[in-house]
Design a protein around this ligand. Structure first.
Ligand SMILES: Cc1cn([C@H]2C[C@H](O)[C@@H](COP(=O)(O)OP(=O)(O)OP(=O)(O)O)O2)c(=O)[nH]c1=O
Length: 203
């Protein structure tokens, strides 16, 4: 069976992949995340997911410890009125993002890419999230919690940010950072089944 490497520094992605019982190790693949001119949000997240996976594979080239490596990369962006909201640079940017997301619906795009020496498969998963209205005081308090700073769109649906979410249509795990249904499907095609690491009986 190929060895799976997750090219990510995101603790959420590690937790999510662990959740479906796939054995893996991690490596960090830092790439330039600047959008290209006229690039659509879907093309952007797909390019970044692929870039992270490719950068990971490159690190393993000719490494005898990984003769049959397969690398998974992912990227998540919040999209509002066609604009890509990444991670906030500072408090002011986070507050502006939260004000923009307040009392309306936005899209969350997560792309995954799985690559080995011969193949590459990518998938882009779109979800829609509706927020209730967020007051300025709340947005300040939320920033002070520390949660928004390393998250696309300045919120975490899996954390304190859950209180803003009125409605979700799509994939919860994709919003957190890794679409588990699609990830399991693609990994299966690369010869890596899920549910390998089980604590109890197989479901
Ligand atoms: C919308 C949303 C995003 N996020 C996170 C997932 C990602 O970690 C982050 C989006 O940034 P990304 O650039 O996709 O990922 P990253 O830089 O954190 O990690 P990597 O090393 O894999 O590139 O936002 C949440 O945790 N919860 C949410 O509800």
């Amino acid at each position: 069976m190929p060895q799976l490497l997750l090219a990510s520094g995101s603790p959420r992605r590690r937790e999510l992949l662990t959740q479906i019982g796939v054995p893996f190790t991690t490596l960090s693949a830092d790439i330039d995340e600047t959008p290209l001119q006229d690039e659509t949000p879907a093309a952007y997240v797909e390019r970044l997911a692929r870039g992270k996976a490719d950068a990971g594979l490159l690190q393993l080239a000719n490494d005898p410890a990984y003769p049959t490596a397969c690398v998974l990369g992912a990227d998540t962006a919040v999209v509002l009125d066609g604009r890509i909201l990444g991670k906030p640079a500072d408090e002011a940017e986070a507050l502006a993002m939260l004000a923009g997301l307040s009392n309306r619906e936005h899209e969350v795009l997560t792309a995954i890419a799985v690559v080995d020496e011969q193949h590459c498969e990518t998938r882009v998963v779109s979800s829609r999230v509706r927020f209730r209205s967020i007051s300025t005081e709340e947005a300040h308090a939320y920033w002070a919690s520390g949660e928004p700073c390393d998250k696309a769109g300045s919120y975490g649906i899996q954390g304190l940010g859950a209180v803003f979410v009125e409605h979700l249509s799509g994939s919860y795990s994709a919003v957190v950072g890794l679409p588990l249904c699609e990830t399991a499907e693609i990994l299966q095609r690369f010869g890596i089944p899920c549910w390998q690491c089980l604590e109890g009986d197989k479901p």
